[in-house]
Design a protein around this ligand. Structure first.
Ligand SMILES: *Cc1c(COP(=O)(O)O)cnc(C)c1O
Length: 347
């Protein structure tokens, strides 16, 4: 029935099982709704919003609020409907036919899809067996492919492992293309490559409100970069790409971001507790994580996923994914949810 554009035949629709688990540990979300004081403020702001009006054309107010938090200007910020939209727009703007986008694997599965949607060649570079990165191997692959973009995820989804700051700077110093650092889980790690923005005009940082800040429902994220890069990416995004409800919500959350510190600290404590408990289970290996999830390897991965599901616990099964044989990814939940995971694992 009519022929779609070339290249789409190789893409499968993004599908994750949409099951309403009573315990949702499959999407790296914040396990609870917004802190009540923050939610009350958001509702108050939303109730004063004129729903009949288009949003601000370029999300200026949220850009300025975020820029102030990083000591940059609004010209260094672009807002997306999720950081996904920003990352996709970047790949579209800097990719294209005959161009390459390089990224480590296993990493965020969307990177290869952004590359393909941008008509570019995806060039995945395998991580070491312990999921650390060989920076020279990545740079060599980028050089050979004459890459236009390198995408790094730090901490890395789905492994939870990190690329040390010095290694990211080494890549930035030696790459001849854009170097994007996707810091979706940065709040659980504490370290960032934002400081590289001043020194390297080809570095881009991606952040999201979907994880630590509990706004997965609102779809909002941003990129920080040199203003020329931001201008170029802006050409790709459609006007009013982020709706006014989301802009108001994100701005309120950003202003009140200190209210999230205790929740983030609790996730980090729970992560360490859960990692230690899982590691103590014979036959189970937990990779060191600086994020809000744990990658666990066990020869009985499929059976464990089934047992968790039988108790209403949804986790992400990567056991058949390349480079992730026998692995499952478990989002760190509330203390009660994590206790339930351990009960099922040790039953
Ligand atoms: C969750 C996630 C994002 C953010 O996605 P949003 O579109 O902002 O919800 C980006 N990168 C990685 C690696 C993620 O895991």
């Amino acid at each position: 029935m009519f022929v779609p554009r070339a290249g789409l035949e190789t893409l499968k629709p993004y599908s994750i099982e949409e099951i309403n688990w009573s315990v949702r540990l499959d999407a790296n979300e914040r396990p609870t709704d917004l802190p009540p004081a923050v939610k009350a403020r958001v509702i108050e702001k939303l109730s004063a919003l004129p729903f009949n009006r288009y949003p601000e054309i370029s999300a200026q107010s949220l850009k300025e609020t975020i820029a102030a938090g990083f000591n940059v200007t609004a010209a260094n910020v672009i807002i997306g409907s999720g950081s996904s939209e920003g990352l996709f727009a970047l790949c579209y703007a800097y990719g294209g036919a005959g161009r390459s986008i390089v990224y480590p694997t296993p990493s965020f599965s969307m990177y290869g899809i952004y590359a393909k949607l941008a008509d570019s060649r995806p060039v995945p570079v395998e991580l070491n067996s312990d999921y650390t990165l060989d920076a020279d191997k990545l740079l060599a692959a980028a050089k050979q492919a004459e890459a236009n973009v390198i995408l790094l995820c730090n901490p890395n989804n789905p492994t939870g492992t990190v690329i040390p700051s010095e290694q990211i700077e080494y890549i930035a110093a030696n790459a001849r293309c854009l170097v994007v650092v996707d810091e979706a889980y940065h709040e659980f790690y504490g370290q960032s490559s934002v400081n590289l923005l001043n020194k390297y005009p080809h570095v881009v940082i991606a952040r999201t409100f979907s994880k630590a800040y509990g706004l997965a429902a609102a779809r909002v994220g941003y990129l920080l970069a040199h203003e020329d890069i931001i201008k170029t990416i802006g050409k790709v995004l459609l006007p009013y790409n982020v709706n006014a409800l989301t802009l108001v919500t994100a701005e309120t959350v950003y202003q009140l971001r200190r209210e999230f510190a205790a929740g983030i600290a609790e996730i980090v404590r729970e992560r360490e507790k859960l990692a230690a408990a899982l590691n103590a289970v014979p036959g189970m290996e937990v990779f060191p994580s600086q994020s809000n999830f744990l990658l666990v390897r066990t020869s009985s991965a499929a059976a464990l996923v089934a047992r968790l599901r039988a108790r209403g616990v949804g986790v992400r099964d990567f056991s058949a994914a390349p480079g992730l044989t026998n692995c499952i990814r478990i989002t760190v939940g509330t203390p009660e949810e994590n206790a339930l995971v351990m009960e099922v694992v040790t039953a």
